[in-house]
Design a protein around this ligand. Sequence first.
Ligand code: CU
Length: 308
Amino acid sequence: MQGALAGALALPMLAQAQSADPHRWQLNMTRGVTPTANAAYDAHMFVLWACVAIGIIVFGVMAYAMFTFRKSKGAVPAQFTHNTTAEVIWTVVPVLILIALAFPATSGLMRMYDTSESEMSVKVTGYQWVWKYEYMGQDVEFTSRLDRKSDEVRQSGVDARTANLPHYLLDVDNPLVLPVGTKVRFVITADDVIHSWWVPALGWKQDAIPGIVNEAWAKIETPGIYRGQCAELCGKDHGFMPIVVKAVSKAEFKSWLAAEQAKRTPAPAVEAAPAAAPVEPAPAAVEPAAVSTAPKTEQTPADAAAAG
Ligand SMILES: [Cu+2]
């Protein structure tokens, strides 16, 4: 209880430590690592500066009028009740400004929702309180949960700041590995209550709702580790289901995927990767037949290499 409380209290502080790495007391939004995230950032900055300019103009004119036409200088209030020209101006100008602001926002949103021509799909399922990732059509799936060290610290009741964990509550056991320069489509759902999958560097947040499949996509430009969290209050451990995306080169992703497939496919798992134990035990029924075929497939590349 005490540990959970300490963890909950530490959250606002640590939420700032996430990627693409904002710093403490940072006030503005960060640039992301995808074209849509950067479009969102640009739209945000455009609107911000438009608001700053409008604020300076409006308050500037107001301050000038108050100072120049003050009562002590003998100013007399104007005596008019209606001015069609002024009304047309203060209606048309804001409408034009709103259209100018809506344009980048709408075009950005339309691009965000366009998942066509994606090169691979990942299914994300939220559970209390883990994420499950399935690389669709690749036979690779795993769960991703809070790393054990963070969990131990949060349950121990000690002050998290003394634990010397740079990514306290933001690390997971199995990160979602993705290739850079690839349009990845996400299909997002949940299996118990509503969650929300959010990695700020990707520039979007998508609700994970039981019985509904939401879509999103990302084309990550820069390799790196990008952190996020569940963004929909989903129960007592909502604060303890972080997200880690590891973006790697296409070649690196290919070999990672092959290694995962080998690990998780019952056939080569026994022979091919004895050092890396599978996270989930392979189904026993498939094993005997699989073992007998494994040496053959193993020897072929080795023999070829020896011959060459
Ligand atoms: Cu949650």
